[in-house]
Write a protein that binds this ligand. Structure first.
Ligand SMILES: NC(=O)c1ccc[n+]([C@@H]2O[C@H](COP(=O)([O-])OP(=O)(O)OC[C@H]3O[C@@H](n4cnc5c(N)ncnc54)[C@H](O)[C@@H]3O)[C@@H](O)[C@H]2O)c1
Length: 309
């Protein structure tokens, strides 16, 4: 953009139109907390947030990967060891944003587990409590602890990661996962309502099928194997929705950048589906076929790791 264009953009901005120069760093000066950010979808969000000028606190239970991420983005990313089932870990993570970067503007809550596989008839109270602490209560707690710091900044943006499985049931999903991810959509609406007077926006992103290590949990893969499995999942993901390709972390990162930035300053309480059209149509793939594909991907990932020694 040359000087003349910049001047024009500034004039447009004064009239309340789009400020073009902000496109050069759409999150410049913003501080974000991204949970689950060492892996998969949220890792893509962290990469794009840093590229767009944000400073980021990454919260996750995988401490080794967190340390690697800090080294990759020195000064722009700090890691907070955090179990999202523990409110005090969430509170400490949010406080870290203020300590390290002087405030908080954005929370992207993506950390989640698909470990809770029981059907209703088999469900124990303990399994339900653990599942909803991970998949639902953590969302409430992220919002709760973000409110104070965001109010100090005059507002903020919370982005909750739900799932297309909540609305259009996946054969591979579990009851606890689907019910909690569905509740997250309602939570986004309620929180948007409750917090709008503080200029805090709350929106949900609804991902479709993404090749990430999360799928390994469904077939009991070790963490190392699960991390390699995404390489072998593209074909399955491509057949999971109308658009014949797998979603990539970058696709969610674009949506989370829009929702985190001032470009979405008048957007709250909404759901943004980034799902290749899954909300319109889910191809009928039997559960057995999905599980067989996942087992095959697991075997290929195990073989690759064995070969690598
Ligand atoms: N992959 C998909 O197809 C898909 C589809 C719909 C929704 N999603 C959602 O996208 C989000 C990101 O998932 P992903 O696919 O990138 O999976 P992923 O497994 O790559 O990432 C999940 C991250 O959450 C972390 N995590 C799990 N339990 C935690 C805990 N108790 N405390 C702190 N961190 C914890 C993991 O360590 C991991 O880094 C999740 O909310 C998931 O439900 C994924």
């Amino acid at each position: 953009m040359d000087q003349h264009e910049l001047e024009q953009a500034r004039r447009l901005d004064a009239r309340g139109a789009f400020a073009w120069e902000k496109m050069m760093g759409r999150l410049a000066g913003k501080v974000a907390v991204v949970t689950g950010g060492v892996s998969g979808i949220a890792f893509g969000v962290v990469e794009m947030y840093v590229a767009e000028g944000a400073n980021v606190i990454v919260a996750d239970i995988q401490a080794q990967k967190g340390a690697t991420l800090e080294q990759r983005f020195p000064g722009s990313v700090f890691f907070s060891p955090c179990d999202i089932r523990d409110e005090s870990d969430i509170a400490r993570t949010i406080a870290m944003a203020e300590e390290k970067f002087g405030g908080l503007d954005i929370v992207v809550h993506a950390a989640a587990s698909v470990d809770h596989k029981q059907k209703i008839v088999d469900l124990t109270t303990e399994a339900w409590d653990d599942g909803q602490a991970n998949l639902l209560r953590s969302h409430v707690m992220c919002i709760k602890h973000a409110v104070g710091p965001m109010e100090k900044r005059g507002g903020g943006s919370v982005v909750l990661i739900s799932s297309a499985a909540a609305e259009n049931f996946s054969p591979a999903a579990s009851m606890v996962y689907v019910v909690c991810k569905g509740a997250v959509l309602y939570l986004a609406r309620w929180a948007a309502f409750e917090l709008s007077s503080s200029n805090i926006r709350v929106n949900a992103i609804v991902p479709g099928a993404y090749a990430t290590s999360m799928w390994g949990q469904l077939v009991g893969a070790s963490k190392d194997v699960a991390d390699v499995m995404p390489e072998y999942l593209d074909e399955m993901m491509a057949g999971s929705q109308p658009l014949p390709k797998a979603g990539k972390p970058m696709d969610i990162a674009y949506a989370a950048t829009f929702l985190g930035s001032d470009e979405s300053r008048f957007v709250t309480g909404t759901q943004l589906a980034v799902d290749g059209g899954l909300s319109v149509f889910r191809p009928a793939v039997p559960r057995e076929k999905v599980m067989a594909y996942l087992e095959d991907a697991k075997a290929q990932a195990e073989a690759e790791l064995q070969q690598a020694g």
